[in-house]
Design a protein around this ligand. Structure first.
Ligand SMILES: C[S@@+](CC[C@H](N)C(=O)[O-])C[C@H]1O[C@@H](n2cnc3c(N)ncnc32)[C@H](O)[C@@H]1O
Length: 286
């Protein structure tokens, strides 16, 4: 019997929120995930054999879930994709789109797989939570993450973030499920990702409006996220000569300068070219 079935919780964790979504809003998130951890999406060994990709809080229509299913199955044709919603009407809207590998169910942060007798009781390999927690209080974030960790296989990933309406700008926390999870906190914080499609917005101010919930109210002196943006703004200014070569070059130059100030950034060309700032092990409290 799976962990999820054993740990069946009595109540769905979370609260109803607005359901706005849009086609392709999370395309860049999916592209990022494929580039970031392709193996996690592809592998089918051991506990990963039937582990879901979960889209938690897919909104009024399941469009982002179905798009993710199509994208990610190019890597893993048998990948199970599960859309989870706290709003029963949104589950009903999505159900006609179900097939053998794509399912939709009612649930909350305590992934509900084991609680639904119609659903195979499997864990998740990757949980994508976008534009959900932004509508909660900041104090709800840590508890939500703790619940989510109960349904993820060791080595699995949580990406939780916020985007603009079109998905051009977004940011996300990346957390890796620990191999042996202490009961209260099952995650290792792996990175903070800031995503800015080259050519859209300015550097770096626009991203402040799409910070994850645990950071958006922390743009004040003394907070690491405030220091990052202050230093990045300065680095972008210093690198402004690169603008002559285009926004991508300027973005890359600004991140190289930022790294020189001691930030642990992933400076590989594949991220810089695509407009991703990946801050590894950021010293950010939840
Ligand atoms: C703004 S929509 C986001 C839709 C989509 N993820 C996107 O980014 O376009 C947020 C959705 O999250 C759902 N939601 C809120 N809290 C939830 C929870 N704890 N578990 C599952 N769904 C939740 C709401 O019902 C709503 O439909």
């Amino acid at each position: 019997m799976s962990r999820l079935r054993r740990a069946r919780p009595p109540l769905v964790q979370g609260q109803p929120t607005r359901g706005k979504t849009a086609p392709n809003r999370l395309r860049r998130v999916d592209q990022f995930l494929v580039a970031y951890d392709r193996f996690l999406l592809q592998r089918n060994d051991g506990p990963f054999a039937d582990a879901w990709f979960v889209d938690l809080g897919y909104g009024a229509e399941p469009v982002t879930t179905l798009e993710a299913a199509a994208r990610l199955r190019r890597l893993n044709p048998g990948l199970g994709v599960l859309g989870v919603e706290i709003d029963p009407e949104r589950v009903a809207v999505a159900r006609p789109w179900e097939d053998a590998r794509t399912r939709f169910c009612l649930g909350g942060f305590n992934l509900p797989v084991g609680a639904d007798p119609a659903l195979p009781a499997r864990s998740a390999r990757l949980v994508r939570v976008f534009n959900v927690l932004r509508q909660y209080e900041e104090s709800a974030v840590a508890e939500a993450y703790a619940h989510l960790g109960e349904g993820v296989v060791p080595g699995g990933l949580l990406i939780e973030g916020t985007s603009d309406p079109f998905g051009r700008l977004w940011s996300a926390n990346l957390l890796r499920r620990l191999p042996v999870a202490p009961p209260a906190w099952p995650w290792r914080r792996e990175a903070l990702v800031l995503s800015l499609r080259p050519g859209c917005g300015t550097l770096p101010e626009d991203l402040q409006s799409v910070l994850p919930k645990n950071l958006i109210h922390r743009m004040v002196p003394g907070e690491p996220i405030h220091a990052l943006f202050t230093d990045w703004t300065q680095a972008a200014r210093e690198a402004s000569a690169w603008r002559a070569f285009g926004v991508r070059q300027w973005f890359a130059a600004s991140l190289r300068r930022l790294a020189e100030r001691g930030y642990r950034l992933d400076l590989r060309a594949k991220w810089l070219r695509q407009g991703f700032l990946i801050w590894k092990d950021p010293p950010i409290a939840l």
